[in-house]
Design a protein around this ligand. Structure first.
Ligand code: GRF
Length: 221
């Protein structure tokens, strides 16, 4: 399959972006190496800490502020133009805090993934950790999924599950989930980059080769 040429879209600290950069930087054959190039890191906020991390990694960065556009359609058109200009063929959302229009999402159909810090379809949207604690769920986790129009929906590539501990706070739960995100997102992207993920209807099917289903649920380093 065609080699992935990525854009990573961020709005903030960019720790998941960093995990993807690290995976793409690994040499072919090295454990966890992702066969993809990062063509662009794009932020809608000039003050996103992740931009400095991307620059430190020597990657091209671009800021397109939503404030400079009259509406979502115009902002998304600018975004789309920047991605096409950078010769991107696959988009990774990594803490990108803008809702995207149906047109934009359609333009990147099955070519855009997101990471969300819950076991979707539970707790889409914001305040996931607080809502999980309020509901008293015993397992939490994170999900990498292809992007569809409804927020935090779309075929699920991989999930990591972890127990909620009795004395967890939003912060402690978020920290453990974030550590899992940093293992899960590179794994999910690697599976896609290796051509091992097929979408059938609402499901993303991963081929039978390793990693095992257990590794998809609870990926280890
Ligand atoms: C992560 O928790 C991710 O799941 C969510 O936004 C957060 C981004 O964190 N979509 P970072 O910018 O990757 O550190």
């Amino acid at each position: 399959m065609e080699r992935l040429k990525l854009a990573i879209l961020i709005s903030g600290r960019g720790s998941n972006m960093q995990a993807l950069i690290d995976g793409c930087r690994k040499k072919t054959g090295e454990h966890g190496s992702i066969p993809a190039d990062i063509n662009l890191v794009l932020s809608n906020r000039a003050d996103a800490a992740g931009l400095a991390r991307a620059k430190a990694a020597g990657l091209p960065t671009q800021v397109i502020s939503h404030r400079d556009y009259p509406d979502r359609a115009a902002f998304d058109a600018a975004l789309d133009g920047a991605l096409r200009a950078a010769d991107v063929n696959f988009v990774c959302l990594a803490g990108f805090m803008r809702l995207l229009t149906a047109d934009f999402i359609e333009g990147w159909h099955n070519r855009m993934i997101n990471i969300h810090p819950s076991l979707l379809p539970a707790f889409p949207g914001l305040d996931t950790h607080k809502r999980a604690l309020d509901e008293g769920v015993k397992f939490a986790g994170c999900t990498v999924h292809f992007v569809r129009f409804e927020t935090d929906t779309g075929p699920i590539v991989a999930q990591a599950a972890l127990p909620v501990l009795p004395d967890d706070t939003e912060d402690t739960l978020a920290a453990r989930i974030l550590a899992a995100e940093h293992r899960l997102y590179p794994l999910a992207l690697r599976l896609i980059a290796e051509g091992r993920v097929q979408i059938h209807g609402g499901r993303a099917l991963v081929d039978g080769k390793a990693p095992s289903p257990a590794a998809l649920l609870n990926p280890m380093d």
